[in-house]
Design a protein around this ligand. Sequence first.
Ligand SMILES: Nc1nc2c(c(=O)[nH]1)N[C@H]1C(S)=C(S)[C@@H](COP(=O)(O)OP(=O)(O)OC[C@H]3O[C@@H](n4cnc5c(=O)[nH]c(N)nc54)[C@H](O)[C@@H]3O)O[C@H]1N2
Ligand SMILES: Nc1nc2c(c(=O)[nH]1)N[C@H]1C(S)=C(S)[C@@H](COP(=O)(O)OP(=O)(O)OC[C@H]3O[C@@H](n4cnc5c(=O)[nH]c(N)nc54)[C@H](O)[C@@H]3O)O[C@H]1N2
Ligand code: SF4
Ligand SMILES: [Mo]
Length: 710
Amino acid sequence: MTGTRPRVFPEVRSHCPYCAFQCGMTLSVGSDGLPEAKADPSFPVNNGQMCIKGFTSGQLLQRSDRLHHPLKKNVSGSFVKVSWDQALDEISERIINIQRTNGPDSIACFGSGALTNEKAYLLGKFARVALRTRMIDYNGRYCMSSAAAGQNRSFGIDRGLPFPVADIAGAKTVMLWGSNLADTLPPIMQYFERMREAGGRIIVVDPRLTPTARQADLHLQLTPGSDVILANGLLHLAIEMKRIDQTYIRSRTVGFEQVRSAVSRYTPDRVERVCGIGIDKLRQAVIWLSEERSMLLSGRGPEQQIKGVDGVCAMINLMLAMGHVGKPFSGYGTLTGQGNGQGGREHGQKSDQLPGYRSIENLNDRQEIARFWGIPETELPRKGLSAVEMLRSLGQQIRGLLVFGSNVAVATPDSGHVESGLQALDLLVVADSFLNETSQYADFVLPVTQWAEEEGTMTNLEGRVIHRRPLVEPPEGVRTDWWILCELAKRLGRSEQFNFLDVKDIFEELANATRGGPADYSGIDYDKIDRNDGVFWPCPSKDHPGTPRLFADRFFHEDGLARFVPVEHRPAGEMPDQTYPLYLTTGRYKEQYNSGAQTRKVVSLRSARPMPCAQVHPRLAERLGLEEGEPAIVRTRRAAAEFIVQITTDIRPDTIFIPFHYGGKEAVNQLTNPVLDPVSRMPEYKICAARIEPKPTEPDLLEDSDYGQA
Ligand SMILES: Nc1nc2c(c(=O)[nH]1)N[C@H]1C(S)=C(S)[C@@H](COP(=O)(O)OP(=O)(O)OC[C@H]3O[C@@H](n4cnc5c(=O)[nH]c(N)nc54)[C@H](O)[C@@H]3O)O[C@H]1N2
Ligand SMILES: Nc1nc2c(c(=O)[nH]1)N[C@H]1C(S)=C(S)[C@@H](COP(=O)(O)OP(=O)(O)OC[C@H]3O[C@@H](n4cnc5c(=O)[nH]c(N)nc54)[C@H](O)[C@@H]3O)O[C@H]1N2
Ligand code: SF4
Ligand SMILES: [Mo]
């Protein structure tokens, strides 16, 4: 299992590889001689707590299946070791040839919210300046794009939380909307515990009775996809109960009248009929939420829908009408997912975006960044395709793909289609530390350093820019992503723009590139981060202390006012019908992370959650003859796949839940619907129509069935 032992730097404080909480951690050598992660008691976000994923993350640093050499696929389809020079030379030659025949946009880049700010910035610059392609997007499109678009619409800025997480402890009511944070951000629970001790309460909106919902004082177990009805319905009721703040609405917002009229049709009757939540619960929610010190925090539940952006605006409307946004211990926030899910969406790896959260379609923004990069504005490519659209055109318009930090073959909806696309490419390059379901199709795999072996900055879920410091010496043979990008850029004739000494050099350029943009990092540097345990953006000058709290005086639209955005319910892309009578929703286990590419390798996590189970309600199980622990076939319009049944009253009888952390035949994304929100282009992971049946036992029956096909 283990490779050569790395040298550990036990005195160094750094951060967890995984989620946006970015727990402070240190590394020591455990009794078994292996690197062992410890929670940092002095980092003021996790305060000495971590979750099981963080505690076991050291195991990834010493594995025999770690990649140490660039790999090239030979004609027989197996990987052979090649030198860095050979790999980089051949990759760049193939890029040049493909682009010569098919044009610059035939090469695409796929980035990640796992990348440091420096890498995210450089990948965006690499695509536009070295490849001159429009085609770059990243997995944050799957994660934060609806919350981002909604907040931009309402507030004129997109920072996940407009306040430090510690403010949660000072709230009286927190409504958690489609977030299972007891499993997905476990150390955040310390703030909820403090809030509860001071008499606060939690409201959870989730179709499942999750570990988070179990801790709630009120659980609104809505029908999947009915979030806009519920949010509009709550505002309707708040208006009726005179629980809105007219003074705040007048002084800090515009557009309330349109929203008032839009929500007039969302009566409690309608909410009860569609969401399945009675008026008593609705009234209770309105009363609690309208009192002072109320927060509404959303997760992927309402966001990963084709109306995700509208859902976010509906939730913000509610909080604006009650006068909460910008007041102490109050307001709306979205809980960012990936380690650098926040920074990853600010520096230009999004198809429509330039560094500092600038727009690639805005002439001023284009001129500014083009000048900064030393190219004519006309040479700067325009907006390209979003993640799902890009991956659905592999092998057609797009002939070559470079992947940095995502396991797209597992994480993308209708993943079977993506796998065919990956196979149809002329060139697939994957940079990763291990092989995974995506890189099995690669022509080249480039072995990169892991989080603890290199330096960079990350921006956590609060908008706090933090310093990821090296905890161990990297193994022989691996390189950091930013070095790879610079080396490729040089071979593509752009050495001048990719001449960096070290990672701080890249950060300095990034910070300067963001000056004057919405996400302004220009006053941040490594020393300032180190002195303050992080700096909150916006931080527009060296003497600026950073901005832990937003919106106290103004919003980020030019007039300083927040926007009410009228939104209407729309049905999901696919609704249950006679053939597919159930909702299928997807999400996470506490013990696995995202596509599972990392956490499935960790023995204790693998044994805690060896496979995905299909959660079904006992009534549904009885009706369909499903047995606990037995295999069943789940079918949607895309595919059919086999899952072990888990019977639980935690789920509604009309809904199946399956986590997405597994690949191949166990990947639930074979089944999910690739339909997108029209604004954010986020896929609808949270709803599609499905059916489930016990797996036929007779072998000939199995052969006759359409198992495995659409
Ligand atoms: N253990 C663990 N932690 C993680 C991750 C991980 O993979 N594993 N990933 C990280 C990342 S990248 C992210 S984005 C976050 C995600 O963190 P969360 O948002 O907490 O995670 P999910 O499980 O995707 O979705 C949350 C909830 O949405 C509910 N839901 C499903 N459909 C609906 C609906 O129609 N409406 C509503 N209101 N709710 C619905 C699900 O039942 C689920 O409990 O977690 C981060 N932390
Ligand atoms: N059905 C369903 N599907 C979903 C979701 C859902 O709720 N339901 N959630 C979506 C969400 S919110 C997300 S965020 C995505 C996440 O899914 P993915 O995009 O697949 O993200 P990870 O599984 O985190 O994959 C990260 C990969 O990057 C590698 N990696 C980590 N750090 C680095 C680095 O610095 N450089 C390089 N080169 N590689 C690195 C890891 O080893 C791993 O192989 O999945 C989405 N898919
Ligand atoms: S996965 Fe998230 S919550 Fe768990 S230890 Fe890492 S940063 Fe902390
Ligand atoms: Mo995510």
